[in-house]
Design a protein around this ligand. Structure first.
Ligand code: HEM
Length: 425
């Protein structure tokens, strides 16, 4: 069975073995259609190595790409290069401009929107035609219908982050179903199983590229409109010059929207689903959280991100010969930073496989290591998780996962595609 198709605990056990070896292990590049197989990579699995590589961006470069496999150059020509695949100064310029999207002022403005969306999602969970199915050990189950158990991913987790990104970007309500359909076409490909060169995969890949191009067009229209008639919103702030004269081109705006969708959608959705699963599997931690939500949710979110590691890895390419943790690397070598493994490193985390919402300090690298690419949306993600779990547990106190999740086959997103749930009357 392929490594990424194996149960999470088995993969973590393999990562623990890699961490104990005296040097990072080299792996051949997986074969992907239309992408020239690279020369392979060294797996960084210790916390200290992941942190050191993230910090030293002059040597550990994000160019030509921080994702694996590297996208072919023709794709970058069509879609533009996202900032996550750039080094300074190009990266610093873009980060300066788009940081406006995540300023405390913008976040405060969006907080009410997130609250309203979270409340609507829970309203609809409650309103949806539920059928009483009798009692079990949790009481009367209102979380299942005649079609079987309901899916937390579909009804809750998948809905919030997308709505937040659309509302940040000022995508009008009427265009949102269209945006959602395009995003589905993009994510369908990322969950693909089976032979990568099969006709079905090729069809999905084509659908994925077309969906990205459609979204670019939509955002380009928004950008042009806001350039002509600026409003008090984020797109206007991004496409019109700041006091330093910097602004995004319409094309860069398209790439930024993609990046928000790719970076801010599945990550937060998966964090929500992992959260429900973890609070179900660890009822003591759930009770602890609910006993003083405001005081404990901050620590609970950091522990959830550490434990689940919604992003498994990003990659770097060495620009010069360099020694890391006593091991020599050569210019051009690739290293993959396994956040998932670093977040379970016993050299840094006491009892690393325990889910402990009071863990302190908690220097996890779930939002990336310290350095120029540290997640720009981390505070937004924290806000979404805090508001959504408050709304869920405040109104559905007996909410629980009602079975094992289905996982996405991916070496990048620690994704949950389906999670049955229940709640008591
Ligand atoms: C639980 C949720 C999230 C997780 C686990 C996560 C994880 C990460 C990680 C590991 C990186 C580092 C990339 C690198 O070092 O190469 C990153 C970067 C980034 N994230 Fe997040 N992220 C989350 C949510 C979000 C959200 C909600 C947004 C925006 C809507 C966002 C936007 C970004 C952007 C723009 C970057 C690139 C920063 C740069 O290259 O300077 N992320 N994220």
């Amino acid at each position: 069975m392929a490594f990424w198709d194996r149960p999470p605990e088995e993969r973590l056990a393999d990562f623990a073995r890699l961490r104990e070896l005296d040097r990072p292990v080299f792996f051949a590049e997986p074969r992907v259609p239309f992408v020239r197989a690279g020369k392979g990579f060294h797996a960084l699995v210790r916390h200290a190595d992941v942190v050191a590589a993230s910090r030293n961006a002059k040597i550990f470069s994000s160019e030509p790409a921080a994702t694996s496999p590297e996208p072919p150059p023709w794709l970058a020509k069509i879609l533009g290069t996202p900032m996550v695949n750039m080094d300074d100064p190009r990266h610093a310029r873009l980060r300066r401009i788009v940081s406006r999207a995540f300023s405390p002022k913008m976040l405060a403005r969006i907080e009410q929107d997130i609250q309203a969306t979270a409340a609507r999602i829970v309203d609809e969970v409650i309103e949806r035609g539920v059928i009483e199915r009798g009692d079990n050990e949790h009481g009367t189950i209102r979380g299942s219908t005649d079609e079987g158990p309901r899916d937390f991913v579909e009804e809750v987790a998948a809905r919030l982050p997308i709505a937040v990104i659309c509302s940040m970007m000022g995508v009008p309500e009427r265009a949102r179903p269209y945006v959602l359909s395009r995003i589905d076409a993009m994510t369908e490909y990322s969950g693909v199983r089976g032979s990568l060169a099969s006709p079905r995969t090729l069809r999905l890949l084509y659908g994925n590229l077309r969906a990205i191009a459609d979204l670019h067009r939509l955002v380009a229209r928004l950008g042009r409109a806001r350039r002509e008639n600026p409003a008090d919103d984020l797109v206007s702030a991004l496409v019109n010059a700041n006091p330093d004269g910097e602004r995004l081109s319409v094309r860069e705006l398209g790439s930024f929207f993609d990046l928000l969708l790719v970076a801010g959608n599945e990550t937060t959705r998966n964090a929500l689903s992992h959260g429900l699963k973890l609070f179900t599997d660890h009822p003591d931690q759930r009770e602890l959280l609910l006993a003083d939500y405001d005081a404990r949710i901050g620590g609970a979110i950091e522990e959830l991100i550490r434990f689940a590691s919604p992003i498994i890895q990003f990659r770097r390419t060495l620009k010069e010969d360099h020694e890391l943790g006593g091991h020599p690397f050569q210019a051009g070598d690739k290293v993959v930073l396994y956040y998932l493994a670093a977040n379970r490193d016993p050299a840094v985390f006491t009892d690393p496989d325990a889910f402990d919402i009071t863990r302190s300090p908690n220097p996890h690298v779930g939002f990336g290591g310290p350095g120029p690419h540290l997640c720009l949306g981390a505070n937004l993600a924290r806000m979404e998780l805090k508001i959504m779990f408050r709304e869920l547990y405040g109104r559905l106190p007996e909410l629980r996962a009602a079975g094992e999740p289905e996982y996405l086959l991916s070496s990048f997103d620690n994704g949950i595609t389906r999670l049955p749930f229940t709640y008591r009357k």
